[in-house]
Design a protein around this ligand. Structure first.
Ligand SMILES: *Cc1c(COP(=O)(O)O)cnc(C)c1O
Ligand SMILES: [Zn+2]
Length: 414
């Protein structure tokens, strides 16, 4: 059941056996997993996929692991929800929300990438895993390391949200807070990966890790009845998710499982950390690194590893990149919560607010179907909306008091 052929350099095309390697030895470009699509096409049918349990492993032939998954057995297949009230608020005809705020086990889309990375770490025989993270990856690695019996060392920027700190330490992982931004944390982590024989999820396991993101794309297509959406809005940190959704859609076309309809990719960032959308707006794939300053900490990567490929995906599809400020992010969180009953973290606020802005600008067509990718849970960034509600005064347990306060507030004297 293994269809992975090799890893291939995205720049020079040199191929490598599937091993734990960080980048091409010739040109340091990232590597891409390549599969035997011909054999896959003749062995696997759409109805085989449909008959499997509702988790991300129903697409296992398109994932780079050899045997059974070691962790994350129940991860993925999150709901794709019609969002008519949100659509109305946005002035759009048809909106769907892909809700990874309820992904298993740590309530973000990172559970998918970690399920692949740690299953691969087990195949490679690592007993210790590690990562640098803006928060959600830390939670996912810590939880799945515990479930998979790995030791875990997790490196994060020191100013991370308290929910994400606790949500890492609770699993017994060693959390290393670093006084610096994500890009500095990541540099430290790369050095550590060279010195210690560990499986570092976003360094020497990155090629496998990032393949897990494809399952968002497969699921969206299958949940739409094996159709590709004409428009998809995706939040970007390192820029991997958006490129992998595009890879997933291309693979489904190659296998003949969906009709070859075009999709426009819209990339969303926070204005306070917008290296990818800034490049996209300038129409160039040259990424200028930034120093992040935004409440959307999960997206705060100033020097995005896949930024170049993300811009190419966006511009090549006829889509667009856009960013929103902190105030708009909070409005986006509220809008999704009040219209659809979904509480997302700051990254989801970015997605919703960017969609609204793109529709207003006429760059996103409200007459066509729009899929919004919601990647994380609001309970992890409560601070972003805390203090925005009027402190409610406690009433005595008397019905008259409830009625006076809430149903018939005393009218001002005439
Ligand atoms: C990591 C993350 C993303 C973006 O991931 P990239 O693949 O690095 O672009 C989006 N949303 C949330 C909540 C994340 O944690
Ligand atoms: Zn190369």
């Amino acid at each position: 059941m293994n269809y992975l052929l090799h890893l291939k350099c995205r720049e020079c095309g040199r191929t490598y056996a599937p091993e734990p390697i960080a980048a091409c030895e010739e040109c340091w470009a990232p590597l891409e997993a390549v599969y035997d699509y011909g054999r896959l096409w003749s062995d696997v049918r759409r109805k085989d996929i449909e008959s499997r349990p509702p988790d991300m492993w129903r697409y296992r032939e398109l994932l780079p692991i050899t045997g059974e998954p070691w962790v994350g057995r129940r991860t993925g297949f999150t709901p794709l929800l019609p969002a008519p009230r949100l659509a109305k608020a946005l002035g759009a005809r048809e909106v769907f929300v892909k809700n990874d705020a309820v992904n298993y086990p740590t309530l973000s889309f990172k559970d998918r990438v970690v399920a692949v990375a740690l299953s691969k770490a087990h195949e490679f025989g690592f007993d210790t895993v590690s990562c640098s993270s803006t928060g959600n990856l830390a939670n996912a690695v810590a939880a799945q390391a515990a479930a998979g019996g790995f030791k875990a060392f997790i490196f994060v920027p020191a100013d991370l949200e308290p929910e994400k700190i606790v949500g890492t330490q609770i699993f017994g992982a060693t959390l290393v807070r670093v006084a610096g931004n994500y890009d500095q944390v990541n540099r430290l982590c790369s050095e550590i990966a060279q010195k210690y024989p560990w499986g570092v999820v976003n360094v020497n396991l990155r090629t496998y890790y990032s393949e897990g993101s494809k399952t968002v794309g497969y699921e969206v297509a299958e949940q739409l009845g094996w159709r590709l959406p004409p428009n998809i809005v995706v939040p970007m940190a390192g820029g991997s998710l958006i490129t992998k959704i595009a890879k997933a859609f291309e693979e489904l076309k190659k296998l003949g499982w969906v009709e070859a309809a075009p999709t426009k990719y819209f990339g969303a960032q926070a204005t306070g950390c917008s290296p990818i959308t800034t490049a996209a707006k300038r129409g160039t794939s040259e990424i200028e690194p930034q120093k992040p300053h935004t409440i959307a900490r999960s997206l705060a990567i100033g020097n995005p590893a896949d930024g170049y490929f993300a811009v190419k995906t966006i511009l090549g599809s006829g889509g667009a990149g856009e960013d929103v400020n902190d105030e708009e992010i909070v409005e986006g969180i509220h809008l999704l919560a009040e219209t659809e009953g979904i509480f997302t973290e700051t990254a989801g606020g970015v997605t919703v607010a960017v969609a609204r802005k793109l529709i207003q600008q006429g760059k996103l067509n409200p007459e066509e179907m729009i899929v919004l990718v919601i990647t994380g849970n609001g309970l992890k960034t409560v601070g972003a909306v805390n203090g925005r509600f009027a402190e409610s005064v406690a009433i005595r347990p008397k019905i008259v008091e409830f009625e006076e306060k809430f149903l018939h507030p005393v009218a001002a004297p005439a």
